[in-house]
Design a protein around this ligand. Structure first.
Ligand code: HEM
Ligand SMILES: *[C@@H]1O[C@H](CO)[C@@H](O)[C@H](O)[C@H]1NC(C)=O
Length: 330
């Protein structure tokens, strides 16, 4: 009996340690969890502010809805949804704005600034820029006729941004193979299905000649009349101002958040190489067909996927800060 496994007192202390560990786990876990009612008491007004500004900018320029949705994607894919994409460069920090996926391309920063300043006036120091980007993305989709979802909130803002982390391929380039798209989303915890559904965001907005030139001149998985018509506004030769000429990502219903993007792919009328690879004889063909035939399936999978995307590595609890201005750390 002298070597029995546990005396009454060591049992108590083991129970106590288990209890403490459990509490740590629960607290640690709950602070890392976003919630829909995070601002219900602290700043219920945030929703009206975002809604009304998004409504007016999208009414003025529908493309802005796409630009604002894309900001959320580019924020979340580089070190999580932490508002890092919004930070301007400083003398000691080269941020994400000039990284190849973003330079001369990302838009909508002034809209986020306008929203932030109104939100600060209503509830100073409460709502993060990262959460503003998330709500703005939802309202942009809704304004262009897409699905509504309840946005999970409670993200805090990063104090830094990284040019390198935004340049290393975490955001996949438009020249990507299907395998690369799948891998890049997988690296963020997103499935192939999430990737195909989120690509449906290309039902709105525009892209520049530089990113689709190779596809319309060199690829064979493109309708030849469609390629010809895009070539008129995007010359083969690079290096002129025409590199910045834009075309709609969804040539049919560019200002409507619908499932027509997938129908375009089936007709070999995707604008980007990375769009058309989703329907090119590979593993995602069937999903593209499903979404093109079934708008409800697309909407429901898009919503599931964008909520998942919004959960990528948020800063919560005492991590990060609530920025006063979205372009710089406090
Ligand atoms: C699957 C991988 C993706 C690739 C390779 C990709 C690539 C691109 C490229 C190259 C552009 C045009 C940029 C320019 O010419 O300046 C673009 C535009 C856009 N992307 Fe993506 N994208 C992807 C996924 C997504 C996701 C997940 C979303 C949002 C959920 C999204 C939303 C948009 C929107 C709305 C635009 C139009 C922006 C505007 O008009 O300002 N994209 N994308
Ligand atoms: C197409 O492919 C050729 C041959 O590989 C290459 O020289 C050219 O730069 C590519 N792009 C365009 C737009 O022609």
């Amino acid at each position: 009996m002298a070597f029995s496994s546990s005396s009454p007192s060591s049992k108590v202390s083991i129970n106590f340690i288990c209890f403490v560990l459990l509490m740590f786990f629960l607290i640690g876990n709950s602070s890392a969890q976003l919630s829909e009612n995070f601002y219900a008491k602290k700043c219920p007004n945030v929703f009206n502010v975002v809604k009304s500004i998004v409504h007016s900018v999208v009414a003025n320029e529908p493309r802005m809805g796409g630009s604002l949705l894309r900001l959320f994607f580019h924020d979340c894919f580089v070190n999580g949804c932490d508002g890092s994409v919004l930070l301007d460069d400083t003398s000691s920090m080269k941020g994400e704005k000039t990284a190849p996926p973003n330079k001369d391309s990302l838009r909508g920063f002034e809209v986020i600034d306008a929203i932030k300043s109104k939100v600060e006036a209503a509830c100073p120091g409460v709502v993060s820029c990262a959460d503003i980007v998330a709500i703005t993305a939802r309202d942009s989709v809704v304004n262009l006729g897409g699905p509504y979802w309840k946005v999970k909130l409670g993200r805090r803002d990063s104090k830094t941004a990284s040019f390198n982390d935004a340049s290393n391929g975490a955001i996949p380039p438009p020249f990507s193979t299907l395998a690369n798209l799948i891998n890049r989303f997988k690296a963020q915890g997103l499935s192939t299905k999430d990737m195909v559904a989120l690509s449906g965001a290309h039902t709105i907005g525009k892209a520049r000649c530089v990113v689709y030139r190779d596809h319309i001149y060199n690829d064979t998985d493109i309708d030849s009349l469609f390629a010809k018509s895009r070539q008129r506004n995007c010359p083969r030769k690079s290096g002129s101002i025409k590199d910045n000429n834009v075309a709609f990502l969804d040539y049919k219903t560019p200002n409507h958040f619908d499932n027509v993007y997938y129908n375009n792919l089936i007709n070999k009328k995707g604008l980007l190489h990375s769009d058309q690879v989703l329907f090119n004889g590979g593993s995602t063909d069937l999903l593209v067909k499903t979404y093109s035939n079934n708008p409800k399936a697309f909407e429901s999978d898009f919503v599931t996927a964008i909520i998942k995307m919004g959960n990528i590595k948020p800063l919560t609890g005492s991590k990060g800060e609530i920025r006063k201005q979205c372009r710089r750390a406090n």
